[in-house]
Design a protein around this ligand. Structure first.
Ligand SMILES: Cc1cc2nc3c(=O)[nH]c(=O)nc-3n(C[C@H](O)[C@H](O)[C@H](O)COP(=O)(O)OP(=O)(O)OC[C@H]3O[C@@H](n4cnc5c(N)ncnc54)[C@H](O)[C@@H]3O)c2cc1C
Length: 207
């Protein structure tokens, strides 16, 4: 087992260093067997007394996806075509965390992330409306992929590409993380022109 296994070999040493700096102790190769209001019991029988437990063990699609009689992946996401349509069920589209779809021609798939959900939402909305009007939809695509992981007081780490090449560290990455959270993924103004512009697939910015 490794810390942050999905973040890749280039990013991991920086994440481990940040945890050391912040004096965070880690326990690998052990699971959580039970939780109660005063602590956790680990799978090797040890107990950690604590009033605060933060569970960060992965994501699943919303239960609503299970009510659609269509193929799903092991995260519960509906497998959709490039127009985000659920195959075989007229008028049903799935997007964001509820959909599994390729995002480029290289075999990568959209992740359960704001980065993908924001752009997929614009395509799905456009395509659902196009479907009602009987005009062709626009295939979803998203070639750019970045990650920006907040590391608390140790700053952040920003990587680019599916190989996660480290591009920024420390305070510079932290500043970008702040900008992502307060500008990039922030909802548009509650005003018609801004809302429609943010929903236009041709104008949704790829980070
Ligand atoms: C704690 C946390 C931290 C995260 N941090 C990051 C991050 O730093 N960066 C990042 O990229 N991603 C992050 N994510 C993931 C990101 O939030 C999701 O990928 C993104 O919000 C998915 O968007 P969505 O629109 O598909 O789904 P959601 O934002 O989950 O919206 C789905 C909506 O549908 C509603 N809904 C569900 N079922 C029904 C129903 N039956 N009827 C009506 N409404 C229903 C829900 O209430 C919800 O409002 C984080 C997620 C969590 C939980």
């Amino acid at each position: 087992a490794a810390i942050a296994p999905d973040m890749g070999a280039a990013a991991r040493p920086h994440i481990e260093q940040a945890l050391r700096e912040l004096q965070v102790e880690t326990e690998l190769d052990v699971g959580v067997a039970a939780l109660d209001e005063a602590g956790v019991v680990l799978s090797d029988g040890r107990r950690i007394d604590t009033l605060t437990v933060i569970w960060a063990a992965g994501m699943r699609a919303a239960p609503l996806t299970a009510t659609i009689p269509a193929e799903r992946d092991d995260l519960g996401r509906l497998i959709v075509d490039r127009n985000l349509r659920v195959p075989g069920i007229a008028g049903v589209f799935a997007t964001g965390d509820a959909a599994k779809v390729p995002c480029d021609e290289l075999g990568n798939h959209a992740l359960m992330s704001c980065q993908h959900a924001t752009r997929m939402g614009a395509f799905a909305g456009h395509n659902a409306a196009a479907d009602l009007l009987g005009v062709p939809g626009q295939p979803y695509h998203q070639e750019t992929y970045v990650t920006c992981l907040d590391l608390g007081e140790a700053g952040a780490i920003f990587t680019r590409g599916w190989d996660r090449e480290v591009e920024l560290l420390g305070a510079a990455a932290k500043e970008l993380k702040r900008e992502i959270n307060t500008v990039w993924i922030y909802p548009p103004r509650a005003e018609r022109t801004a809302a429609l512009a943010s929903a236009d697939p041709q104008r949704v910015t790829d980070l």
